[in-house]
Design a protein around this ligand. Structure first.
Ligand SMILES: *[C@@H]1O[C@H](CO)[C@@H](O)[C@H](O)[C@H]1NC(C)=O
Ligand SMILES: *[C@@H]1O[C@H](CO)[C@@H](O)[C@H](O)[C@H]1NC(C)=O
Ligand SMILES: *[C@@H]1O[C@H](CO)[C@@H](O)[C@H](O)[C@H]1NC(C)=O
Ligand SMILES: *[C@@H]1O[C@H](CO)[C@@H](O)[C@H](O)[C@H]1NC(C)=O
Ligand SMILES: *[C@@H]1O[C@H](CO)[C@@H](O)[C@H](O)[C@H]1NC(C)=O
Ligand SMILES: *[C@@H]1O[C@H](CO)[C@@H](O)[C@H](O)[C@H]1NC(C)=O
Ligand SMILES: *[C@@H]1O[C@H](CO)[C@@H](O)[C@H](O)[C@H]1NC(C)=O
Ligand SMILES: *[C@@H]1O[C@H](CO)[C@@H](O)[C@H](O)[C@H]1NC(C)=O
Length: 635
């Protein structure tokens, strides 16, 4: 369809839904937020952007997935191999970067999303770090609500690992109390609630009904300004069958919809997956949730229910969390499934109090609303339009593309600052732009961003760039220890590494200037086994305690074990970690050398600055080179 045609269909529909008068009231839209994607630059790990996983229960054509998020295109602009079936428009970002968290909140607000439900495990889980950070950032952009989608099966898995499942009741209780004290901590309403009752969304699959009944019996200390929380259970785990609901109905205060069912066995034309859902299934799913929710509220078993709308799904990016591969297309025979789900709520006058959008950013399952290379801003425009109508407010989509612009300017300013440019004025202005976006003053925000753009463009125009390419070995980058040679290449195995050291002249230059650096080399795996080739650098950044950054949604230990390999954070010495399984193929590598991470002070192993290490197998390496674009501020 041509762009003009698409636009006209869009407008016709806009006018149509604007002509309806819905039943509004205090309706809310929340997006589910995951927090397990990191970057080497920010966190010393790629988190879930890198992954090795096997879909054990799958019969698809490909069941083993290796994603090496360090790999860049030759021009350094795109990551070639990230653990997702969609590519983020902003490239790789860290869920712990406060600029990025601020971007997420601005992006949500421009799409009329009222808050996030952070997928949260327990107090000691990495998701809690992100939760505390995002609560602080959200304070600057009120009104914006932060709640949790409590992944109680992560708590169970943690206790299983500690052989402490007998503590589930006390641990669940401790964490529920923590949520009340820390997340729902204030008398002004900045979290999802119903009257004075905070809403705790429970994903399910962890706590049993007997344990949950015990938790309720112990009781929670409720801050004086609140009433006890309402427990809202995922339809999937609490209400999908009559048997589930018979057990859980008396314990839960409501249900919420999730991603529509993907239960059809694939036809031979879809061999990449095991199961899928189609247009009819998504509508049927929403109707199933609606009738359960409405029935439950009518007979007063529930206080409220929440519908859902999900833009699509493809879990090859996480190897189906070790299970099966499932697919929900974004379009079915030309019809957007996301639109269809929203239409179902809007046109059928759904009585839901809340619509939940799974997900804002779960790249592992490709269910993101965020802008991607493949789908642009489509899902965000749809969200803005329908959420406005559903809530009875005026649609204004002029803000949807502003937050990505804001984020890239924010990063440009940080880079210019590191280069020695006085960015005081630009830095103050960009804060002003985020306030304008947050307040919905989009024309003023666009003018503000334009002004900052002009400032940064001018700064960039005054920078000079020197390009350095160091073919190794070279007077500026040489071997500390003679490498072993084989077939005209360097042999790398578990007992013989490669150790490169930078000359003092070159390292002084890099320490005094800002630069963008790259490491390139070719390698081939010699053994028929899963192994890694890693490069480490000298660094002065603190190695925080290694932290597991991700837990899958499924519950068996075997599935879990498959993907823990690549999610260790805090090792800023690591330049790249490339996982391999297929021998006999030469790979060309281009990875970043981050200025913040590398000290160039010869403190890596054997007084080197770059150390190539094989984990498991033997490799041949050749054509190593380093490239630097060194920036000077004009004067
Ligand atoms: C848990 O129990 C298993 C089997 O008894 C044992 O192998 C493992 O070491 C225990 N783990 C911990 C953390 O105590
Ligand atoms: C809807 O509910 C019916 C009856 O319980 C069930 O057979 C069907 O599979 C459900 N459909 C979807 C898409 O969830
Ligand atoms: C209340 O509604 C739910 C959901 O429709 C249903 O499963 C349950 O049996 C009903 N309970 C009573 C007491 O009618
Ligand atoms: C509204 O619900 C009916 C069934 O109750 C369904 O057939 C119809 O497709 C729904 N409308 C939309 C726009 O989804
Ligand atoms: C929804 O509400 C509108 C306006 O009140 C009404 O015209 C329409 O018939 C209703 N649709 C359904 C499916 O109940
Ligand atoms: C600029 O860099 C300095 C020194 O690293 C830092 O303290 C300051 O916060 C930076 N300012 C901006 C706007 O990035
Ligand atoms: C940077 O610029 C601001 C005004 O834009 C000025 O007040 C400040 O003194 C400058 N800082 C330096 C170090 O030149
Ligand atoms: C690594 O290669 C060297 C040279 O071929 C060899 O002597 C050594 O045993 C190898 N180490 C391993 C662990 O295979």
């Amino acid at each position: 369809m041509s762009a003009a045609k698409r636009l006209s269909v869009f407008f016709t529909f806009t006018i149509f839904i604007k002509s309806l008068s819905g039943n509004h009231g205090n309706k809310k839209v929340y997006a589910d937020l995951t927090t397990n994607r990191l970057t080497r630059e920010h966190d010393g790990s790629n988190g879930m952007w890198s992954l090795h996983g096997i879909a054990h229960a799958s019969h698809a054509t490909k069941t083993e997935f290796i994603f090496n998020a360090d790999l860049l295109s030759d021009d350094g602009r795109n990551h070639l191999n990230i653990a997702s079936m969609v590519y983020p428009m902003l490239g790789l970002t860290s869920d712990l970067d406060e600029d990025y968290l601020e971007y997420l909140i601005l992006q949500a607000k421009t799409a009329k999303i009222d808050g996030f439900l952070v997928e949260w495990g327990f107090r000691e889980h990495p998701s809690n770090v992100a939760l505390e950070k995002i609560i602080a950032v959200a304070e600057r952009h009120r009104p914006f609500e932060i709640g949790v989608n409590w992944c109680d099966h992560w708590l169970l898995q943690w206790l299983e690992k500690k052989n402490a499942t007998d503590q589930m009741v006390s641990e669940f209780h401790r964490n529920a109390q923590y949520l009340l004290d820390m997340v729902f901590y204030t008398s002004s309403k900045r979290f999802p609630s119903f009257g004075l009752r905070p809403l705790i969304f429970l994903f399910g699959g962890g706590i049993t009904k007997e344990q949950f009944r015990e938790v309720l019996a112990i009781g929670l200390k409720i801050p004086y300004w609140l009433d006890p929380p309402l427990w809202i259970g995922n339809y999937l785990n609490f209400a999908e069958t009559a048997e589930f609901w018979a057990e859980w109905g008396p314990l839960m205060d409501g249900i919420f919809g999730w991603i529509p069912s993907r239960r059809r066995v694939v036809p031979p034309s879809m061999p990449q997956w095991d199961y899928y859902g189609n247009l009819a299934d998504t509508t049927q799913y929403q109707q199933n949730v609606s009738s359960a929710g409405e029935g439950c509220v009518r007979n007063r078993t529930c206080q409220l229910w929440c519908g859902s709308a999900s833009p699509g799904f493809d879990n090859r990016g996480c190897a189906g969390w070790g299970g099966t591969l499932k697919y929900l297309p974004r379009k079915w025979q030309g019809t957007s499934l996301y639109n269809a789900q929203w239409k179902n709520h809007v046109l059928n006058n759904s009585s839901a109090n809340i619509i939940i959008l799974p997900t804002m950013n779960d790249y592992s399952e490709a269910s993101v609303l965020l802008p991607t290379k493949q789908y642009g801003f489509e899902a965000l425009y749809t969200t803005e339009l329908f959420a406005s109508f559903w809530k009875g407010s005026q649609s204004d989509s002029a803000g949807v593309t502003l937050p990505t612009w804001w984020f890239s300017l924010k990063k440009s300013i940080a880079f210019l600052n590191q280069t020695g440019v006085n960015v005081t004025k630009a830095a103050a202005r960009i804060e002003d732009c985020s306030t304008k976006i947050s307040q919905g003053s989009y024309a003023a925000a666009a003018n503000c961003l334009e002004a900052v753009q002009v400032l940064t463009d001018t700064f960039y125009a005054h920078l000079t760039v020197d390009d350095f390419t160091l073919e190794v070995p070279n007077g500026k980058m040489y071997f500390v220890k003679p490498p072993l040679m084989k077939f005209g290449a360097y042999l790398l195995n578990t007992t013989h590494g490669l150790y490169l050291r930078m000359s003092d002249v070159m390292s002084r230059l890099l320490l005094t200037k800002n630069y963008v650096g790259f490491l390139q080399f070719d390698y081939i795996l010699l053994d028929n086994a899963f192994t890694q080739i890693q490069v480490y650098s000298s660094t002065r950044r603190r190695n925080a305690d290694a932290t597991l950054m991700a837990f899958p949604r499924q519950t068996t230990n075997d599935q879990y074990a498959e993907i823990t390999n690549s999610v260790e954070a805090g090792n800023f010495a690591m330049v790249c970690d490339l996982m391999n399984k297929v021998p006999g193929v030469w790979h060309h590598v281009n990875v970043r050398l981050y200025r913040d991470n590398i000290a160039w002070d010869h403190t890596a192993t054997l007084n080197s600055d770059l150390h190539f290490k094989a984990v498991g197998g033997s490799y041949l390496v050749k054509r190593i080179s380093l490239q630097f674009q060194v920036y000077h501020s004009g004067d």
